[in-house]
Design a protein around this ligand. Structure first.
Ligand SMILES: *[C@@H]1O[C@H](CO)[C@@H](O)[C@H](O)[C@H]1NC(C)=O
Ligand SMILES: *[C@@H]1O[C@H](CO)[C@@H](O)[C@H](O)[C@H]1NC(C)=O
Length: 171
């Protein structure tokens, strides 16, 4: 009974957070021009050409990179290779979507970077500048500034930014 209740609340949470992101993105876009348009991201086909997967709620194209680098090196790689950034994640649904894809193509890796950091600021910020409207930390390692996702649990772990890890870019 408790488990069922938890599952229902969890599902509602995911739906609510996914919608919240979509609404926030479209609100922001609607202030730019009179015609609300889709997010300026790659088409599904162009995303697939880069080996990426596309978020249904935000339109982001997530690209898992098969190399290990430090946080800063990873961000530089995403910028120079894809004109993108380390990935921002805006819902529990997308968090699991990215983790599932990582498990599928990189079954042996332990963790990968996403773009959430307190490096430049005391507050969390995404490397791509989008709002921090969702997080999924398992615990808080105070003093460590960068974020990886644990492949087993899909929960987030703060790590030293010089840790080398696989990483996911977003365009
Ligand atoms: C809205 O869009 C502007 C211009 O693209 C951006 O600078 C700003 O950070 C966005 N605000 C939110 C809340 O996403
Ligand atoms: C990742 O790179 C390793 C070593 O270069 C290679 O053996 C492996 O097949 C690659 N995996 C994918 C999914 O590209």
């Amino acid at each position: 009974m408790t488990k069922l209740l938890f599952a229902i609340v969890f599902a509602i949470g995911i739906i609510a957070s996914t919608n919240a992101v979509a609404i926030r993105f479209s609100n922001n876009l609607s202030t730019i021009g009179p015609e609300p348009t889709a997010l300026p991201t790659l088409s599904t086909a162009a995303c697939a050409d880069l080996g990426g997967i596309k978020s249904r709620s935000t339109g982001q194209c997530f690209i898992h990179v098969n190399e290990t680098k430090t946080f800063i090196q990873s961000e530089i790689y995403c910028e120079s290779t894809f004109k993108g950034h380390l990935a921002s994640v805006h819902s529990g649904f997308d968090n699991l979507y990215i983790a599932d894809f990582a498990r599928e193509i990189f079954p042996s890796i332990a963790q990968y970077y996403i773009g959430l950091t307190t490096l430049t600021n005391n507050d969390y910020a995404w490397e791509d500048g989008t709002p921090v409207d969702y997080t999924d930390f398992s615990h808080n390692n105070y003093g460590l500034d960068c974020t990886t996702v644990d492949m087993k649990t899909a929960m987030w772990v703060k790590v030293d930014c010089f840790t080398t890890a696989y990483f996911v870019c977003v365009v």
